[in-house]
Design a binder for this molecule. Structure first.
Ligand SMILES: O=C(O)CCC(=O)C(=O)O
Length: 300
């Protein structure tokens, strides 16, 4: 069942009316009635630990859902067009430092974490590459978009750096994630380390294509029509594109002599298989640095 959310005042009002502890206890009782009774073969301490974990998971989804940091107009664009560009979490005076950290992380990456494609260079695992990037995957407007599009508890699946090299042609239009039978896709974000412009390879999207009934695996014949409909997502450095993973998209040509840098992440349903094994890769220093919301999203 898809849940439709209405980011109205009553949402926040009800969250304020019920102190967090009450919500937690109420959920705890509901979960306990499902968990403790049939689970009688397990020691009580085991069941309680499981209960605590489930309760916290439920809490985060509820807390994020109750937020109103993603404007209603952005929710509408995401639903109708399948993507939206919003201001990002890094203040303007922090962008130069983030760009330096990006270049340094890319330069220091092990060969195993580097993928040099025909037009872009990717470096995986930006969760573990420094505190400058921690705020990107816990950004509330993006998480609220996940609540609305995915409609159930979710997690981060991957976060990587992607540099579109200078003088590169456009990438073919594609979807990242075919909708499954229940219509639940992934939600992606692209943080613009550099300004995204028409001439430097801004991501292009075919508005509304996330809602098409079926996307044949080979749409080569339709690419011309799709390209006529496409819209480029431009914005100043620090902006974030949020998009439905089932929309047709790709980077456009970088006609400039400069790289176009970005950090890209994806969220999926909590029980789905991640694109990248974040749990296995997590470093002790990252765990020591990040807060409970980050841990929830990393599922660690
Ligand atoms: O870098 C971009 O602009 C788009 C990247 C893309 O299409 C993808 O990661 O699937």
């Amino acid at each position: 069942m898809r849940i439709h959310f209405n980011c109205s005042k009553s949402n926040t009002a009800s969250a304020a009316r019920y102190p967090r502890r009450d919500i937690k206890l109420d959920r705890a009782y509901r979960v306990a009635s499902r968990l403790l009774v049939p689970d009688h073969k397990q020691p009580v301490s085991y069941s309680l630990r499981r209960l605590e974990k489930l309760t916290l998971m439920d809490d985060w989804f509820g807390i994020i859902t109750a937020g109103c940091e993603l404007p209603q107009s952005a929710v509408q664009d995401l639903c109708d067009a399948g993507f939206v560009v919003i201001p990002g979490p890094v203040p303007p005076d922090g962008l130069a430092q983030l760009a330096i950290a990006y270049d340094s992380a890319v330069a220091c990456a092990d060969a195993g974490d580097l993928s040099v494609g025909s037009t872009t260079t990717r470096v995986h695992d930006f969760v573990n590459r420094g505190p400058e990037f921690d705020g990107l995957y816990v950004y509330r407007p993006v998480l609220e978009a996940c609540c609305r599009v995915i409609g159930q508890p979710f997690k981060l699946s991957s976060m990587l750096a992607r540099t579109l090299r200078p003088h590169m042609p456009a990438q073919g239009l594609h979807v990242d994630f075919e909708r499954d039978a229940d219509g639940w896709p992934m939600v992606g974000f692209i943080f613009m380390v550099d300004e995204f412009r028409r001439d430097n390879g801004a991501t292009r999207f075919v508005p509304g294509s996330h809602k098409w009934a079926a996307i044949p695996s080979n749409r080569m014949n339709d690419d011309v029509a799709d390209e006529e409909r496409q819209v480029q997502a431009c914005g100043p450095a620090g902006s974030v594109i949020i998009y439905n993973g089932s929309i047709r998209h790709g980077h456009s040509a970088n006609l400039s002599g400069e790289p176009r840098r970005s950090i890209q992440g994806a969220y999926i349903r909590r029980e789905a298989q991640s694109g990248f094994d974040l749990t296995a890769r997590i470093r002790a220093e990252t765990l020591a640095r990040v807060g409970p919301l980050a841990k929830y999203l990393l599922a660690v």
